[in-house]
Design a protein around this ligand. Structure first.
Ligand code: HEC
Length: 152
């Protein structure tokens, strides 16, 4: 085989692998219920980390960094619940009938978490940070009460 043929074959193989990769990516995109669960879990971890940091009078920059994850994820919540993706196992059916309320809950969390980042960054004392942490956790709870099925 001459070198030119070999190169063409190599390129072709690369293109096939590329296409397989793309197919895999779009499959991943369809699994929005997984993205949703992972994103929620990530917020749960961040919230837990902040709780520990507040209790141990920990690093405020780290509190801000964890809270920023909640800011980022909360902005995506409405995108995690496209109607065609269905409820999954844990969401209540009211979400799309009460979409404004659902979106409002997500926005409220975003606002509270943003204020938590600010409190951790602007030299507030730990008790003020703790109060804003509680408000952030409450914003999770509000939406869960409205739209998340209770575990049996
Ligand atoms: C706008 C509504 C809304 C807000 C705000 C919200 N959640 Fe959720 N969350 C849901 C719904 C609905 C479910 C159930 C859907 C699911 O689990 O697939 C859920 C599920 C979860 C789960 C279970 C995920 C799994 O494994 O299935 C965790 C953990 C969670 N949320 C944590 C949080 C935390 C922490 C916050 C706040 C920082 C938060 N959520 C804010 C609506 C919300």
């Amino acid at each position: 085989m001459n070198i030119r043929k070999l190169m063409i074959l190599t390129l072709a193989a690369g293109a096939i692998l590329g296409a397989a990769n793309m197919a895999q990516n779009s499959q991943a995109a369809e699994k929005i219920t997984d993205v949703r669960e992972d994103g929620m879990k990530e917020m749960g971890k961040a919230l837990k980390a902040i709780k520990g940091l507040v209790a141990d009078n920990g690093d405020k920059a780290e509190i801000a960094a964890q809270a920023q994850k909640i800011v980022n994820n909360s902005a995506k919540i409405p995108m995690w619940f496209p109607k065609e993706a269905g409820l999954g196992e844990a969401a209540k059916p009211g979400i799309w009938d009460q979409w404004d309320k659902f979106e409002g809950n997500a926005k409220n969390l975003n606002t509270q978490a943003t204020q938590l980042v600010a409190a951790a960054q602007n030299g507030s004392d730990m008790s003020a940070i703790q109060a804003q942490f509680a408000a952030t956790g409450k914003a999770c709870g509000t939406c869960h009460e409205d739209f998340r099925k209770k575990k049996d």
